[in-house]
Ligand binder design. Sequence first.
Ligand SMILES: [Zn+2]
Length: 330
Amino acid sequence: MTFAYTHMPLDRCSNQRKNTSWLKAQYHKESTLFCVINDGLCFFKQGEITPLFLSKAELTPLQIEQCIFLGKSDEHAIFAVDHNKLRFSTQEMLLTQGQWLALRQNSSLLNPYDAGILALAKGLVYWHKSHQFCGQCGNLHRSVEAGHARKCTHCRNMTFPRTDPAVIMLVEKMFADGIPRCLLGRQASWPEGVYSTLAGFVDPGETLEAAVIREVLEESAIVAENPTYITSQPWPFPASIMLGFVAQATSEKIDTRQDSLEHAQWFSRAQIAEFVVNKAAIIREGELNTQSTDEPTSPKGNNAPLKMSSSDSISSYLIQAWLNKKIGKY
Ligand SMILES: [Zn+2]
């Protein structure tokens, strides 16, 4: 099984980013394409879920300093551009050519390689936008190294793209009745019935394993042990990577009163097999959750069917892998 944003068809050419003549040559090639990001939204063909990459001529006048080199394939070099840096007339022209849509909302319909490119573009454009000024002296930063670093115009402090690590874990336990169950939780803001694996950001000075144990304890009062790394997923919504783990619980009684979960529960494989696959995805930025918030929420107290985490998320992957006995001890 694979999941979204993990496929990258481009060679990032990271050892060439400081080579300005190489970069200029890539920028000026006829075949080079530009991926425009507009306040987190991606550009798609009108009426289709097909990304629209543009030529330099279509975005003229464009400066190389405005562009972030993403990488190159055999056919094209691709740069990302922040829509806010384009001329108003160019912005107007784009409106006639395509549509602005959220990546997560449409990722299940996208070619996985396009989803990987758009996720990279979105993450880097967001980083530039949120790091305009020097964290040391407050003066303006400017983009350097093909858009993969920023340097202060005053104190020359360098800063690099941020990726905040977050752990996401499938916690399992063998119960006295001989049935293994896994721990899933939900936040009050999610659509009725949606459950996900627990997740949280890694603290400074903390190992990933310690973060797994701490987050599970904080969110559910469950004591977990033996965190084992499974896989990771880029999560540039806006700037994370999800590090997937499986762990075993040594306690059973759940208490969610100390943290953000509305409810958490143990689920058997038989119960999870009945979950509805949740293809919708959130478009809200800055949240760690992997759920949909763009569906109408069912009224409280009804019998809304239980739903899996959004299908583009590593949470959904971990739950499916546990269901199929591909991960975990039990
Ligand atoms: Zn500075």
